[in-house]
Design a protein around this ligand. Structure first.
Ligand code: SF4
Length: 266
């Protein structure tokens, strides 16, 4: 989309047809993908296909995370993430009760789920999973209806106030396709974030998965996340989905006073 004119016109169209499209998406979401507004994009553009035969994901070793937020900053810089929005962040939690308290960090990002609920609700096919498992949003096709934002059980999508469409982590697909690591992985000072191909038994992520007990966040969601954690205790596994905790984290990063944050209606 090069200018605002057609986008605004499409938004008006969305408002008038939201109910109808929502129903259509429930009936046959996959059938509409790739054919409604941008035919052939998947067969011509490598960015949409991804790297066939690979299954990308991440293993995060919580024993190595020091909560420095280098990953959050690198991601914002690399992906020009708007202020007050995050594709990845590291909430910190205080666990236990005085005098036996400890601090825990839990890096979070889109889980690039095997069965992503965000994809099945998208009425335009703008959100889809590449053949290498990376879940992306095509900002040229997205109407900004917000279905995917509501459907993500991990609260890992946001409405981008600059592009006016849904946005989230892409595992830095543009870097991965160029043979580079995602920005958060490259910047991780403790080596906590490890990215790789789970289909390759010799990859570091496969070895970590084989050699360590791992867990995913909120397994009950049924979306089969592909971001695995080492040393994820049950004590913190469910915490991040408390709205208060997430807000506290963002509030701390932004340096906002509680009253100021509350005034934003969150
Ligand atoms: Fe979609 Fe949410 Fe899963 Fe990411 S974490 S793939 S946004 S359902």
């Amino acid at each position: 989309m090069q200018d605002n004119e057609p986008k605004l016109a499409r938004r008006d169209f969305v408002k008038r047809t939201t109910t109808l499209l929502g129903f259509a998406a429930l009936v046959a979401p996959e059938a509409k993908a790739f054919s409604l507004t941008n035919p052939g994009r998947d067969s011509l553009d490598k960015r949409y296909i991804g790297q066939e035969g690979k299954r990308f994901g991440m293993v995060i070793d919580l024993r190595r995370c020091v909560g420095c937020q280098a990953c959050s900053s690198a991601c914002k810089s690399e992906n020009v993430v708007p202020r007050e929005k995050y594709r990845t962040y590291v909430p910190e939690y205080e666990l236990g009760a005085y005098p036996n308290v400890r601090k825990a960090f839990l890096p979070q990002l889109c889980n690039h789920c095997e069965a992503p609920s965000c994809v099945s609700v998208c009425p335009t096919g703008a959100t889809f999973k590449r053949k290498d498992g990376i879940v992306v949003v095509d900002s040229e096709v997205c109407w900004g209806c917000g279905y995917c934002i509501n459907a993500c059980p991990y609260d890992k999508r946001y409405f981008n106030p600059t592009t006016h469409v849904a946005d989230k982590c892409t595992l830095c697909a543009h870097r991965v396709d160029a043979g580079l690591l995602p920005a958060c992985v490259e910047s991780c000072v403790g080596g906590a974030r490890v990215f790789g191909d789970f289909n390759d038994a010799s990859s570091q992520v496969s070895k970590l998965l084989s050699n360590h007990p791992t867990a995913v966040l909120k397994p009950s969601s049924g979306t089969k996340p592909r971001i695995f954690y080492i040393a994820l205790s049950g004590e913190i596994q469910d915490i991040p989905f408390s709205k208060g905790m997430l807000d506290d984290s963002v509030k701390k990063i932004e340096g906002l006073a509680p009253r100021e944050w509350a005034s934003k209606g969150v």
